[in-house]
Write a protein that binds this ligand. Sequence first.
Ligand SMILES: [Fe+2]
Length: 188
Amino acid sequence: MSELTEWAYPLAESLLAEPLPRRWKHSLGVAERARTIAPVLGQDAELLEAAAVLHDIGYSPDLAKTGFHPLDGARYLRDVADADERVVHLVAHHSCAWMEAEARGLREELEGEFARESAHLNDALCYCDMNTTPDGTPTNPVDRINEITGRYGPDSLIGTFIRRAEPEILASTARVLEQVAAAKRQPM
Ligand SMILES: [Fe+2]
């Protein structure tokens, strides 16, 4: 483990494991997916794994403020945890957060406060999140989106957001799959 992952796991665990055990299992699963795509991440593999295990800390009752978890999580990482800014940026923008932010009237706030990391890294985190069930086991993006819609309801804010985000999520995860396939053809 690197310094970054050694710091990230216990922090995420301290915020999620007790109040939200299922969310914690999901987070561990997302981090596990990150390890499976390490070959396409190169020197950013540890960064992605750290962001993966932390991506949902904004749900923790210890730090939830606005109720929009990417923003709450990123603010906590920046202001309280003094995190590496690339981890902060990835958490702020994870899995098409800007679209949900727009639905909540928080898009300007989110984008004004937090820069975006490269599309490659954002795709990678979206891939890991969308290929992991709420229990942390592997799934695929289509089933994951259906599960989210079913859980929150198709007409809810989240249900509407995830349907609108679906093409972007599928494009994002497809790009990662292409990179994984290319890496297998040409081992680094
Ligand atoms: Fe999330």
